[in-house]
Design a protein around this ligand. Structure first.
Ligand code: ADP
Length: 145
């Protein structure tokens, strides 16, 4: 049984993230979305609401679950017996950053990273863009599940 972790900040969880989770769920037996939090910067209420939004979005995906964690992603992988990290790639900037991260995680913990290419229609969606639109009072409904 292969368990994969899909880690991220998911602040907020977008339809781009959901698409990656759904596609990962078709490849791996179990996918755990792991919301990485720094409790010095994020309140427990904020984490709770982020988790609830994701739980609702994945309700139709029986082999996908969500947790929150703080600390190193490879540590949560070991705790859950997950040998694979899933990350989404939108463009070459994602690739440059992710390649480095993947290599470090492989070296320090033997954890492999599997990249899933964004569907073209989601490649322009980022949490920071959604936060910015929200900040200026614009609707973000089309970008979040
Ligand atoms: P982090 O803060 O760890 O980068 P994010 O929540 O921004 O976390 O993203 C989590 C993962 O989802 C990353 O691998 C990121 O590249 C990927 N991702 C984000 N938005 C999209 C999208 N629209 N399509 C595909 N993958 C995405």
């Amino acid at each position: 049984m292969t368990t994969a972790i899909f880690p991220g900040s998911f602040n907020p969880f977008t339809i781009g993230h959901l698409s990656i989770a759904r596609r990962a769920a078709a490849i791996f037996d179990k996918v755990v979305i792991a919301v990485g939090v720094n409790l010095n910067k994020t309140t427990e209420d904020e984490v709770g609401s982020r988790i609830r939004i994701i739980e609702k979005a994945i309700s139709g995906l029986p082999n996908v679950s969500v947790i929150s964690y703080s600390g190193l992603t490879v540590d949560i992988c070991h705790q859950l017996g997950a040998g694979v990290i899933v990350r989404g790639l939108r463009n070459s900037s994602d690739f440059n950053y992710e390649q480095q991260l993947a290599e470090v995680n492989r070296r320090i913990a033997g954890i492999e990273t599997v990249f899933i290419n964004s569907l073209p229609e989601y490649a322009c969606i980022s949490s920071s863009m959604v936060r910015e639109l929200k900040h200026y009072g614009l609707s973000v409904d089309e970008f979040i599940p």
